[in-house]
Write a protein that binds this ligand. Sequence first.
Ligand SMILES: NC(=O)c1ccc[n+]([C@@H]2O[C@H](COP(=O)([O-])OP(=O)(O)OC[C@H]3O[C@@H](n4cnc5c(N)ncnc54)[C@H](OP(=O)(O)O)[C@@H]3O)[C@@H](O)[C@H]2O)c1
Length: 248
Amino acid sequence: MTTLSGKTALVTGASRGIGRASALALAKAGAQVLVHYGRGAKEAEAVVAEIRKAGGRAHAIAADLSQPDGPHKLAHGVRAIVGDRLDILVANAGASKAAAIEDYTVEDFDRLFAVNVRAPFFLVQQLLPILHEGSSIILLSSLAAHAVVGTLSAYAATKGAVDALVKHFAFALGIRGIRVNAVAPGVVQTDMSNFTKTDAGRDYTLGMQALKRLAMPDDIGSVVGFLASDSARWITGDTVHVDGGSKL
Ligand SMILES: NC(=O)c1ccc[n+]([C@@H]2O[C@H](COP(=O)([O-])OP(=O)(O)OC[C@H]3O[C@@H](n4cnc5c(N)ncnc54)[C@H](OP(=O)(O)O)[C@@H]3O)[C@@H](O)[C@H]2O)c1
């Protein structure tokens, strides 16, 4: 499948988990992929090597997205590699914390909003000059934005903000032919949701899903690949639930 042949893509947080699976899906469809990472240089290089081994094009690129100027630095680095044309932006990098309301600190709250909301906002802003008619932006929302899952109140609020951004971005950028959507995964087996490794976590997750298996990162990556493609050309401003029928 080479539906994205000739396209350039940036996936943030592609060193692990859902970002990694999204980067691999986009590369498999023919896109050149910039594999962004924060701390996981080795992991990101391994993703790049995997893409190249399969005949694709990829580069690793670092930026700390918890810093106010992180998105600006990342956009600068992206432009140095792809020049003046970016077709696909997957703002996937995210942080989470499970805690009771009483136990969240101001630092926790600010860090979650910095990585999950401020960074995607300013990354879109900084990359706007190289996005164009036909470009696709995909943000990462969550089941937690619209249903109670565990003790994730501040994290869930960041994902509610992402859903709001999707609509405002989609309306503002539609005139330029740029589509903006989010995917909202349920619980996916990654480092972020490592509670699924316990029997209790697994039972809780399967109990709230219609489909009775645990989600893997590529269950989400394939939908990211679809939203990036021309098959999704009439979808914008939407948050697509990719959660095996969670909390129906
Ligand atoms: N897993 C789930 O159940 C689930 C459910 C719903 C939504 N989501 C969302 O899906 C996205 C990916 O989640 P995941 O489960 O794949 O997470 P993960 O396995 O914990 O990976 C997080 C990724 O984000 C990057 N990242 C985190 N903080 C960063 C920072 N300050 N600067 C730069 N990069 C940073 C990490 O990079 P390094 O490791 O290189 O630092 C890593 O690549 C997130 O937005 C998450 O909220 C996940």
